[in-house]
Ligand binder design. Structure first.
Ligand SMILES: C[S@@+](CC[C@H](N)C(=O)[O-])C[C@H]1O[C@@H](n2cnc3c(N)ncnc32)[C@H](O)[C@@H]1O
Length: 172
């Protein structure tokens, strides 16, 4: 079944375990209560994330600090309606700009490109395959059907640049 805790869905948990290497720096801008990230953020202060910022501000902060990630998890709300609901749960009111998901995702993808090491991986989740642009190559797509009339979850592993060994010395 679908779950707000995307990463608890068994085939998705399996995908994550295959793509996150031990010791990796994992940035999760939409973490909810997930502990998979080593640097986590979620707008909602009632979650266990380390930071409670808008995802674009959080990624910009990491970029300005010169932080680099081996893996970025990208599991935002999947629709404008979900964005509005998330903001309400966080006690905030979503503006028109906040619900323009295509525009927001474009900004987020660019910031993720900045903080990801060459050869690093983005694991993205949603109702489309949400490609990250010419600098990225798709390495795996997993379609998770939830039965009935539920939307499938589309999970994509994309690599930044050409295929490099993540932990090859000094790969930034
Ligand atoms: C699909 S859930 C993430 C679920 C998580 N991956 C898991 O498996 O538990 C999306 C999360 O994004 C948060 N969120 C929504 N809009 C946000 C924003 N603009 N910036 C940061 N977090 C946001 C919500 O509070 C929600 O917890």
């Amino acid at each position: 079944m679908p779950s707000p805790d995307t990463f608890s869905i068994p085939p998705i948990a399996d995908l994550l375990s295959r793509w996150i290497p031990a010791g990796a720096v994992v940035v999760d801008p939409f973490a909810r209560n997930s502990k998979l990230g080593t640097i986590t953020n979620d707008l909602n202060p009632d979650t266990s994330a380390q930071y409670h910022m808008k995802a674009d501000d959080f990624l910009l902060m990491l970029s300005e600090r010169g932080e680099f990630a081996d893996v970025v998890l990208f599991d935002p709300p999947y629709s404008p309606r979900q964005i509005t609901e998330c903001y309400q749960s966080a006690g905030l009111k979503a503006t028109m700009e906040d619900t323009q998901s295509a525009k927001l995702k474009k900004t987020l993808r660019s910031l993720i490109g900045e903080i990801l090491k060459p050869g690093g991986i983005v694991l993205s989740f949603g109702w489309n395959s949400c490609t990250f642009g010419d600098d990225f190559s798709i390495e795996e797509i997993l379609l998770v059907p939830h039965g009935g009339d539920h939307n499938d979850t589309i999970c994509v592993a994309s690599r930044k640049g050409s295929q490099l060994n993540l932990f090859a010395g000094g790969s930034q």
